[in-house]
Design a protein around this ligand. Structure first.
Ligand SMILES: NC(=O)c1ccc[n+]([C@@H]2O[C@H](COP(=O)([O-])OP(=O)(O)OC[C@H]3O[C@@H](n4cnc5c(N)ncnc54)[C@H](O)[C@@H]3O)[C@@H](O)[C@H]2O)c1
Length: 253
């Protein structure tokens, strides 16, 4: 589906080269936004941005590690300069590592929390000065059903990081409501992406969550991109501080 509801928007998508992020990039570009594809995987980000540019839309690729303040800050500034500003950010960069608490290494804990939670904070922190210059801006953070329930018994770092994303997002929503910045979280259920496949193979994040999903299937990435594009757009203008689930009914039980 194509419409122009995000025409003129300038949106940065972290983790934009893969999975849900890449689908969001395509959807936003299809709806008229200029997009910055920010990812650790520089080659994949460039391939996607080139693809979108070849199709006649505006896209740039920027390489960065969202968990590294020295990397993400300059990359966000570079993206804003290339797009002529920023009025949207989607924080899709994320990883999952599975272990029960007593088996979780500090290295793995720090990696998961560092990318999923601190990375979201650092990305939005770097984007906010640009977004405050715009008339109206929208932050979309990516949580998970793990923000709300512990659907598996061995995802302590993931659950903690994704719960933290909700608090961060509410803080942005309340703190910047009077300055034209909205912030909402999308909590996906089990989505068919490389991250979910890897977690499934290791018996991790998505293995029992899928079995408990009333719709009895994984989501397609485009089903997440549709919600992200809505939250970025003015169609969601009265929504801020909201937690939006798109989880096939998993958390409704
Ligand atoms: N797939 C699911 O079932 C599911 C469910 C709920 C939530 N989520 C969340 O959605 C988001 C996207 O997940 P996905 O399934 O599309 O994952 P994915 O692995 O398919 O894509 C993640 C992208 O983030 C990039 N990335 C990873 N670490 C990075 C870093 N430090 N800096 C910059 N980029 C980095 C990767 O290169 C990749 O392109 C994640 O936050 C994930 O936790 C996914």
């Amino acid at each position: 589906m194509s419409n122009a509801r995000n025409q003129g928007r300038r949106v940065l998508v972290t983790g934009g080269a893969g999975g849900i992020g890449a689908a969001a990039v395509r959807r936003l570009a299809n709806e008229g936004a200029a997009v910055a594809v920010l990812d650790l995987d520089e080659a994949a980000a460039k391939t996607l941005a080139d693809d979108i540019t070849a199709a006649g839309a505006t896209a740039v690729a920027v390489a960065a590690d969202v968990s590294d303040p020295d990397s993400i800050g300059p990359a966000v500034d570079e993206a804003a300069a290339a797009l002529g500003g920023l009025d949207g950010i989607v924080t899709c960069a994320g990883i999952a590592k599975s272990a029960l608490v007593h088996e979780m290494s500090v290295e793995d804990w720090n990696a998961v929390v560092g990318i999923n939670l601190t990375g979201s904070f650092l990305s939005v922190r770097a984007a906010l000065p640009h977004m405050l210059e715009a008339q109206r801006s929208s932050v979309v953070t990516i949580g998970s059903v793990a923000s709300l329930i512990s659907a598996n018994t061995n995802t302590c770092g993931y659950d903690a990081s994704k719960s933290g994303v909700l608090g961060l997002t509410r803080s942005i929503a309340v703190g910047y409501a009077d300055r034209g910045v909205r912030a909402n979280t999308l909590c996906p259920g089990v989505v068919d992406t490389p991250l979910a496949r890897k977690a499934r193979e290791s018996g991790g994040v998505t293995s029992s969550a899928l079995a408990q999903t009333p719709l009895q299937r994984r989501a397609e990435v485009d089903e997440m991109a549709a919600v992200i594009a809505f939250l970025i757009s003015d169609e969601s203008s009265y929504m801020t501080g909201s937690t939006v689930t798109a989880d096939g009914g998993l958390t409704a039980q």
